[in-house]
Ligand binder design. Structure first.
Ligand code: PSU
Ligand code: MN
Length: 307
C-alpha cells in the first residue's frame, strides 16, 4: 500500500481489526441515493444489527467533511441518511471529496477501495452497478465492474440490479476476470427476483466453500475481487414477470426526462419504488439484510481459514 490516508474507525471496528475478528464493510450510497428517509436509516441500522447478531462487526463506509470513515455510529448514520448535497462517490472522485473536505457516500467501487485500505475483506450491498441497457449508445458502464477487477474484496450482492443489462454485465465481468458465484442455485439472481433466466458462471452452497475459494485465489496471487450473487429470500421476491413492466416504464421515463450519468440509477430506483407502491423498497431491504447475513458468515469463515 502506498497510501497513508487516515481512516477514522469506531472503537468496535478498530478492536475487531486489531484482533483479526470478522468485519463486514457496508456502503453508504444505498443510504443517501438508493432509498428514501426514514426507511434508509432503518435499513442501515438493521443491516448492522444482522451483522452483529452473526458475531461480526459492521463498518459502514463514508466520507464525512473530508474524512474517510470505516464504521459509523448511530448518530452519524442518522445524520447521513437525512443529509442533502451528499456526493455519490466512485473511484474517480473518492480523493476529490477528501481533498475538498466534502461529504460523500460511497458506491460499490468506492466502498471496495475504502474496505481494502482499512484491511476489510468482505462487503455487503444490495446490487452492484453494471452495464446499463443501451450502453452501446450511452457508454454507461458502472465503475463497479473495473473495481471488482482490481481490488481484492468479496462483494456480497443479490446480483446486478435488474434495471441493467444483466447478460452484458456478466460478459463484462468475465472479460475482467471477476469470479461470479451464485449462492445456492444454478441461476443468476436478478436483484428483486430470484431468477434471471441466465446460468450463473459459478455456484457455491456455503460460506466455508467461498472462504476456501478465496484462500486459493490468494495462494495463486490472483488480483481483484469476487462477486457473490445471493438470491433474495422467496418470501420477499418480486417475480421477474411482475417487476419487468415497471423497469420498462422507469427506463422510458428516464429517457423522456433526459436523465444521464450518476443520476440514472437513483432515478430508476425512485421511479420503481413509486410504480410498485413501495414493494420494491421492501424487497430491496430484505435482500440487503440477507446479503449482510451471508457476508458476516463469509467473513467469519475467512478468519477461521487464515488461522
Ligand atoms: N444496491 C442497492 N441500491 C443502490 C446501490 C446498490 O440496493 O442504490 C448503489 C451502489 O452504490 C452501486 C450504485 O455502486 O448503486 C451503482 O451506481 P452506478 O450505476 O451509477 O454505477
Ligand atoms: Mn453510470
Amino acid at each position: 500500500m502506498t497510501g497513508s490516508i487516515k481512516i477514522e474507525t469506531t472503537q468496535e471496528v478498530a478492536d475487531a481489526l486489531a484482533q483479526g475478528r470478522p468485519v463486514v464493510a457496508l456502503e453508504s450510497t444505498i443510504i443517501t441515493h438508493g432509498m428514501p428517509w426514514p426507511g434508509n436509516r432503518d435499513m442501515a441500522l438493521e443491516v448492522e444489527a444482522v451483522i452483529r447478531a452473526e458475531g461480526a462487526v459492521p463498518a459502514t463506509i463514508a466520507i464525512i467533511d473530508g474524512r474517510l470513515h470505516a464504521g459509523l455510529d448511530e448518530a452519524a448514520i442518522t445524520k447521513l441518511a437525512q443529509a442533502r448535497d451528499v456526493m455519490k462517490l466512485s473511484r474517480a472522485d473518492f480523493a476529490f471529496a477528501i481533498a475538498q473536505g466534502r461529504t460523500g457516500a460511497t458506491t460499490v467501487a468506492a466502498t471496495m477501495m475504502a474496505a481494502h485500505l482499512a484491511g476489510i475483506q468482505v462487503f455487503a450491498t444490495g446490487g452492484i452497478g453494471g452495464v446499463h441497457r443501451g450502453a452501446e449508445e450511452s457508454f454507461d458502464i458502472s465503475a463497479d465492474l473495473e473495481e471488482l477487477s482490481r481490488t481484492p474484496v468479496i462483494v456480497v450482492s443479490a446480483g446486478a440490479k435488474a434495471i441493467l443489462d444483466i447478460p452484458k454485465t456478466l460478459e463484462a465481468l468475465e472479460t475482467r476476470g471477476v469470479p461470479v458465484v451464485a449462492f445456492g442455485q444454478d441461476e443468476m439472481p436478478a436483484f428483486w427476483s430470484r431468477k434471471s433466466g441466465l446460468a450463473a458462471p459459478l455456484r457455491l452452497d456455503n460460506a466455508a466453500s467461498i472462504a476456501r475459494f478465496e484462500a486459493t485465489r490468494q495462494e495463486l496471487g490472483s488480483h481483484g475481487g469476487m462477486l457473490i450473487a445471493n438470491p433474495v429470500p422467496k418470501a420477499d421476491e418480486i417475480p421477474a414477470s411482475e417487476i419487468n413492466q415497471h423497469i420498462e416504464a422507469a427506463l422510458a421515463a428516464a429517457r423522456a426526462q433526459g436523465i444521464e450519468g450518476k443520476a440514472v440509477t437513483p432515478f430508476l430506483l425512485g421511479e420503481i419504488l413509486t410504480l410498485t407502491g413501495g414493494a420494491s423498497l421492501k424487497t430491496n431491504i430484505a435482500l440487503v439484510l440477507n446479503n449482510a447475513r451471508l457476508a458476516a458468515r463469509i467473513a467469519t469463515a475467512l478468519t477461521a481459514a487464515t488461522k
